[in-house]
Design a protein around this ligand. Sequence first.
Ligand code: ZN
Length: 357
Amino acid sequence: MSGGWQREGKRSAGRSAGEAEVARRLVPPLGQGQALQRWLAAARRLQLPHAVVVSGATGGGKSTVLQWLTAALLCPSDLDTEGPCGVCRVCTMVANDAHPDAHVVALARDDDDRDANKEQKKSFYVISVEQVRHAQEQLAHLPVMGRARVLRIDAADRMHASAQNALLKTLEEPGQHTFLLLEAARPEHLLGTVRSRSQRLPVLPLPQELLRAEILRRLPTAGGVVDRLVGLAGGSLGRALDLHTERMTKLHDLVVGALADPNSLRPFAVAGAVLDGCTERRDQLQAASDFLWLWRAELRARLTALATAANGAYPAELAEPWTSWLEASLYAERDLGLQIPAGQALAACLLRCQAGG
Ligand SMILES: [Zn+2]
């Protein structure tokens, strides 16, 4: 859920239908090829599996795929049997999360209506059982506009276990022309009972050339840094665009500074600098996980460069500390997931690097 452009895009979802229709148009997913094509054709015929987990990296285009797939289910146009038309009223409503038969369950957002959040027990961290039950009540009604009903759960991997258990009822008996689309960066966090009742649609990373072209199309002034963005983004356009923001540039500078001179790494000072200016707990969590993601992206880029330079031979000894630094950051991710305070998780990670590296 990081990234200015993504937040902007997702924010428009909260607007009223009339206002939203001018705000956004449906965008086709990039670089997904034949694999997605098969799912889309099935969706057009209303023969999609009743539950699909759309997985992939953060900022990697899962939301775009989900909206396109939802539109493929709901679009009434006969023009295209392989996908949604993308331009009709229904497609535009889907693009704005304003279609009456496409229900969305998501974590709370900064700009949400606070009263509605309280009523549905929406939080920034976990999807509650009340939210799932509320959506199930809505699915009990007939489709308003005809073709199908869709329930999309964003960050489904953040569903509380009780919410996942409540969802099983719908997974087992979804009802005619009812489809569940679950978005998950970490599908392994879903219960086995949920996973076994769903099919998985992985969103593919973008090939480097396509990513480069798309960055330059959206950020025409990024020519000087496009190689760095492509190198770090791991095929994720959302990440690449996010990396160009002031906030991420600051975090990246901290990562590069720490890696430039591992011997003088000061764990508590770096952790403090990462969280500097974050007053809310969720902002701290976001900054910490973005820092850890950049940390891994930078380490991976360096390990790849070493392996390339070794030209088939075992990479030089230099690779060793960085491998253990990678591991340390994964422990820290786990700590954040266990709701250990961000500063503590980061400092522990950097202390581990210092000791092991
Ligand atoms: Zn359409």
